[in-house]
Design a protein around this ligand. Structure first.
Ligand code: ADP
Ligand code: ADP
Length: 230
């Protein structure tokens, strides 16, 4: 790990805004660890354990997994992946989603002597989100995200990066998507006010081509993280 303390970036945006797609591009550019709580839960549920079964009961309905469990899984992954690596910090995607989680994030970051450098708010209108989510495909091996129409893989059903099988997430049903969007707008989006007051929020228009969104995010975080390495 570097001598200086880690500087973290949080991505906030509704389901389908492109957080996962953009994090996979932006994290390597800025030497950040990409930590997505949804990906961590999907990896956990790929195995059979009591914890996996517990997570599944919330996940498949589109409900939030309990805060304490989510924070434990996130910070364990941060410790494990940051150890011995040369990252500047983490790009946290999917956490926090409510006020209790936002408090835990602040407490953890300050207890570790680390910094929340920026909150990137990726915004997209609700009707566009529905179209994106109903065509989403995810690689079973690496978690890379595609879209049947907007970002198709080179070979149908196969990941461009590692040849893994593409599947439709169990919670990308119309019902679970609607439930997740309701939770986002009632519990997650209001958190922006807290970070705006601290001057941390960078607003990015997510309804542009994928490359244009990446460029806008890079331009927004470069002033607080330093120049992109790649
Ligand atoms: P989130 O992580 O915010 O839920 P994803 O990155 O999984 O969003 O993107 C949701 C879906 O929309 C995916 O199928 C993805 O390929 C597609 N997508 C992402 N960004 C764009 C974009 N700028 N334009 C069109 N489709 C996009
Ligand atoms: P989406 O943003 O499309 O809901 P994610 O992959 O980020 O998808 O999350 C999928 C599911 O994982 C959520 O519906 C929820 O059950 C669980 N989850 C992810 N992040 C959190 C979190 N911060 N708190 C509680 N549950 C979470």
């Amino acid at each position: 790990m570097r001598g200086t303390s880690m500087r973290h970036v949080v991505f906030i945006g509704p389901q389908g805004a492109g957080k996962g797609t953009q994090a996979a591009r932006v994290a390597p550019m800025f030497d950040l660890l990409h930590l997505a709580t949804g990906d961590l839960f999907r990896a956990l549920m790929a195995g059979e354990s009591d914890l996996a079964a517990e997570v599944r009961t919330y996940y498949d309905r589109g409900d939030l997994v309990p805060d304490e469990l989510t924070a434990r899984v996130l910070f364990a992954a941060l410790d494990e992946r940051a150890a011995g690596s040369d990252v500047r910090g983490a790009l946290i995607d999917g956490f926090p989603r409510n006020a209790a989680q936002a408090r835990v994030l602040d407490e953890q970051i300050s207890a570790r002597g680390e910094v929340l450098a920026a909150v990137v708010h990726i915004d997209v209108a609700r009707d566009v989100l529905m179209r994106r989510l109903t065509g989403r495909l995810v690689c079973r091996a690496c978690g890379a995200t595609y879209h049947r129409e907007f970002n198709p893989p080179q070979v149908s059903g196969v990941c461009d990066l590692d040849g893994g099988e593409l599947y439709v997430r169990s919670d990308d049903t119309e019902e679970a998507v609607a439930r997740r969007l309701d939770i986002y707008f009632s519990e997650t989006e209001p958190l922006l006010e807290r970070w705006r007051a601290r001057g941390l929020v960078r607003d990015v228009d997510g309804d542009q081509p994928i490359d244009a969104v990446t460029a806008a995010i890079a331009a927004a975080i470069e002033p607080v993280l330093g120049p992109a390495g790649r």
